[in-house]
Design a protein around this ligand. Sequence first.
Ligand SMILES: Nc1nc2c(ncn2[C@@H]2O[C@H](COP(=O)(O)OP(=O)(O)OP(=O)(O)O)[C@@H](O)[C@H]2O)c(=O)[nH]1
Ligand SMILES: [Mg+2]
Ligand SMILES: [Zn+2]
Length: 365
Amino acid sequence: MTLEDLGYDDFFESSRAERGSEGVRVARVIAQARGGYRVKDADGEYVAKVTGKRMHTASSREDYPAVGDWVELSDVAGGQAVIQQILPRKTVIRRKSVGKGNGYEGKSGVQIIATNVDVAFVVEAVDRDYNLNRMERYFAIARDGGVRPALILNKMDLIPEEERDAKVAEIRGRFGNIDVMTTSTVNGEGVGSVRNAIEKGKTYCFLGSSGVGKSSLINGLLESDGILTGEIGSYSGRGKHVTTAREMYFLTNGGIVIDNPGVREVGMTDTETGIEESFDEIASLSGKCRFADCTHEHEPGCAVLAALGSGEMNRERYDNYHRLRKEAEFFGSSALERRDKDRSFGKFMKTAKKELKKRKGCYVD
Ligand SMILES: Nc1nc2c(ncn2[C@@H]2O[C@H](COP(=O)(O)OP(=O)(O)OP(=O)(O)O)[C@@H](O)[C@H]2O)c(=O)[nH]1
Ligand SMILES: [Mg+2]
Ligand SMILES: [Zn+2]
């Protein structure tokens, strides 16, 4: 593989020339997991570390390499390398922090999902995960970082013909300027069109909630089962994360794709308000419920249940309301889990910095 096959182009070459670092080895970050990096250049792949100097000066996560970055390497030997610099980024897909800073994002309040991406494929599953507001948020995340978004509606096999057409029409109506592709990884429909939309040497990042089928789609594009995906049916209960690492894959047509663990938390604080807004008839009915904190599930004197009983309230909408509420609660709890992980990352940094004071060396971010 040449550097061009890995996505290297004039943009990176001219910034390297500007820095006067011709002759320095550059490689692309192709994976990030459990705090380590894998990088790849024309000669092969290496496990890469960040220098201790970089760790001391880093003030935020943005200062650390992310999947998609072009980096300058030193000390390449025995399958290992040291990352010295990150080349300026062409585009960045960032996730803004949810709520007040929880430490994970550092001072800048952002977490980087991937860099130097040309197109973000926002994946939504038509069965349960279908939410236009969330699509819009993903589109905004992509555009914020200079990345063109496109939509993939997956799991088309799960809904009847009429519903498919209605959904696609609804999306096209609201997002006229977004490419919409429909797929099913079960019967393979539409996967070929996604592949055809992918250009040689360009980088595509898959975004979307856990379980929508991002890894399954990439497997379809690769025509392999190389990536671990959820077992069929095991997603009914939601909340099982299969992809734990960000990783880059190379298609035979020259396209470069990045798989990414499902973004569960994306703007979830907004989503709760979003739920109340999209179900305004429930909000107004709830003013008539006997209890102020009525959950509209079993309480006596519940105006929502009464409306459901009389047929005034649509059953499907009622169920959907509860499903979305439960999801929002679930996302809330996963943010707590994340905070715990962040604490241990902080501890790890402290110990690592102490170690470095004792002896000069480098560490794996
Ligand atoms: N019916 C149907 N199921 C699908 C389709 N695509 C994926 N699935 C199933 O959906 C589940 C989740 O698929 P994954 O590809 O692991 O989802 P993911 O988006 O990568 O999930 P995370 O890695 O957790 O973010 C698995 O059980 C897949 O078999 C599809 O087109 N139709
Ligand atoms: Mg996955
Ligand atoms: Zn009620």
